[in-house]
Design a protein around this ligand. Structure first.
Ligand SMILES: Nc1ncnc2c1ncn2[C@@H]1O[C@H](COP(=O)(O)OP(=O)(O)O)[C@@H](O)[C@H]1O
Ligand SMILES: [Mg+2]
Length: 433
């Protein structure tokens, strides 16, 4: 019994040993596997480290490139002659370059990040274009307008507004690019003056100036004589007075051409300026008991406000109307029309003076804008030169359609310049009231 027991104990011991050996073997095998996995992991970590270093290097390069590009774009933006103002879709100013600061006389640091409505409220008329585009979501091209700065001075700007989108087509903001054309406009005025001075002659201008004083003296004495004299002698004095008036007109026209003209711009209704010119002419005609001339007004464009110098325009209109009346020897019809012009980004008005007079020959048509060209015995040949100078100073154009014996049409095209007028440019009417 005892032997049997010891044998079973030995068997148990043997089984235990073999179990242990199996466990050890499996442990060893797993340890080896673990070691291999650890090795693989270590290799992978080395590889990832290398990849990360490469990615970092790439990223650094990209950041450097991006910084370089940003610096480059910023320097382009800052060096640009044009003003650049960008806003986000909430109307907050994101970009305001150096030229914008210079043109609008506002510091970028005072406006960046602020709402354009609040930040540029002092610059009358500037924010209107961006705000309009923000609400209409439409681009604007080459719009000309006059704005008023905080110090009361004005700027003549040409602007384009572009809506910005990201790659997915989502609207991200708007950018206005604008240039200050005030100086160019002024230079253009001076250039005309220089050219006119050459063609009319500096001498003529200085002589004209010298003529004025004695001429006024002659006119004054003639008026005194008028009261003293009677009959044939009185008629002679009348001729003297008429003569002085004519010379005075030539002198005035000459001086107008010789001197630089500074336009006194305001927002005015073109039709009102035409009406005033027609009134002046009909008053003159009535005084003289002139021929029967019927005037027809075709003001098709009701809201014909433009920024202009009304006194100068009236002068131009008067010259054209007088020519028309003088061309209709036996009376006739003068049609004056005002139309709106919107073509190729140009917004403005077209004014036409169409007469049923004698018309012009080809030779006259070629020379009408030459100083002193006239087909009249009492003409000065300066009327249309002055018209062209005034209209071109306003950024407009003059053209003539005419046929001998059929009548003539003088066409003037004037830019509107802007839609909304700063308060400082309020209409002539405020002056009259
Ligand atoms: N409406 C018109 N009809 C016919 N001829 C015209 C008309 N307007 C201008 N002209 C011609 O152009 C010339 C130059 O006109 P302008 O410069 O006003 O000078 P002026 O009236 O002193 O002659 C006129 O002499 C005339 O021959
Ligand atoms: Mg004339």
């Amino acid at each position: 019994m005892k032997n049997l027991n010891s044998e079973s104990v030995n068997n148990k011991e043997r089984y235990k040993m073999s179990d242990l050996s199996t466990i050890f073997d499996s442990f060893n095998a797993n340890a080896l596997k673990l070691e291999a996995s650890y090795k693989q992991l270590q290799d992978r970590i080395v590889e990832i480290d290398r990849e990360m270093a490469q990615t970092n290097e790439c990223l650094n390069k990209k950041v450097q490139e991006l910084n370089k590009l940003t610096r480059y774009l910023n320097s382009v933006l800052e060096g640009m002659y044009c003003g650049v103002v960008a806003i986000d879709m909430d109307g907050r100013i994101e970009t305001f370059n150096k030229s914008s600061e210079k043109i609008l006389q506002v510091k970028a640091s005072d406006v960046l990040g602020k709402s354009i409505q609040v930040a540029l409220a002092g610059t009358n008329g500037f924010n209107k274009l961006l705000l309009e585009s923000l609400s209409t979501r439409e681009n604007v091209f080459n719009q000309k307008r006059v704005i008023e700065l905080e110090d009361g001075s004005s700027r003549y700007l040409e602007s384009s507004v572009t809506i910005l989108q990201d790659t997915s087509g989502t609207l991200t903001g708007l950018v206005e690019i604008f240039q200050d054309l005030s100086e160019i406009r002024e230079l253009k005025g001076r250039l005309y003056s220089v050219n006119d001075l050459i063609s009319v002659g500096t001498m003529a201008a200085s002589i004209a100036h010298e003529i004025r004083n004695p001429l006024n003296g002659i006119a004054g004495f003639a008026c005194l004589l008028q009261k003293e004299l009677k009959g044939q002698n009185l008629k002679l004095v009348d001729y003297i007075i008429l003569g002085t008036k004519n010379i005075n007109k030539i002198v005035t026209d000459l001086l107008l051409l010789a001197r630089p003209i500074t336009l006194n711009l305001r927002s005015c209704k073109i039709s009102e300026i035409i009406d005033r010119s027609l009134d002046l002419v009909s008053e003159e005609s009535r005084k003289k008991g002139d021929k029967n001339i019927h005037i027809k007004k075709d003001y098709l464009f009701q809201n014909n406000n433009i920024v202009c110098d009304p006194e100068r325009l009236q002068q131009a209109f008067l010259n054209i109307i007088l020519n028309a009346i003088q061309s209709m020897h036996d009376g006739g019809e003068l049609t004056v029309f005002v139309q709106e012009v919107i073509e190729d980004g140009f917004c403005g008005v077209r004014i036409g003076f169409s007469d049923s007079g004698e018309g012009m020959s080809e030779d006259t048509m070629e020379n009408v804008f030459e100083p002193f060209f006239t087909t009249k015995t009492d003409g000065t040949g300066l009327g249309l030169v002055i018209v062209r100078k005034i209209i071109e100073l306003h950024g407009g154009e003059v053209s003539i359609e005419s046929e001998k014996k059929e009548g003539s049409t003088i066409l003037l095209t004037l830019p509107e310049i802007q839609n909304e007028i700063p308060k400082a440019f309020s209409c002539v009417d405020t002056k009259n009231s």
